[in-house]
Design a protein. Sequence first.
Length: 241
Amino acid sequence: MAGHSKWKNIQGRKNAQDAKRGKIFQKLSREIFIAAKNGGDDISSNPSLRLVIDKARAANMPKDNIDRAIKKATSSADGANYAEVTYEGYGPGGVAVLVETLTDNRNRTATNIRVAFNKNGGNLGETGSVNYMFDRKGYLAVEREGLAISEDDFFEKVLEVGGEDLITSPEVFEIYTAAEDFVAARDALEQEFTLAQAELTMIPQTTTALDEAQQAQLEGLIEKLEDDDDVTEVYTSVEEA
């Protein structure tokens, strides 16, 4: 995991995501709705809701949209049954791909995911075919602008809150934690610092290098998957350029 920076990927895809902001907000609204409906509207007792609200804020989703989704969940008799389903497969060049979805129609989602893989140089695999190649981790990015602290001193703080790894870039300090330590680390760090990103994520244990053509094909696969209304996250084991 050392040296695995998510920040470059996050920033690199931000402009493309800006063009799809409406669809992103729609997906986030559904995630907020489900989290609030299942666990209530109090983020102090509903960590799932807190996580998705953090995700929504990182995407610059307006507060009114967030509040509307929560209100709908807690005042509605909506009986839609959503399930979290993860699909696994291989992309161009043998890159491992994990696709997390939130769906009310498994047949529709499975068909769409399979078509996306088949048409973009990939193959959908069986459950467990690539999941073991990833580790669930907490990820936090602390903004460095105006921060008067050395990397060594900040690393001490990271260790104090249960961080496992620290990566430094000009814009942010990136911290990785064990999944079970993420909430405590986030709550401790945000008391002193400004968090640019805070989420649970999947980190590949090893990465795969691609040539230019394979990279372009993989980006096409990721774009197709992320365009699907049921897809919430896509993770790959591609080596960073």
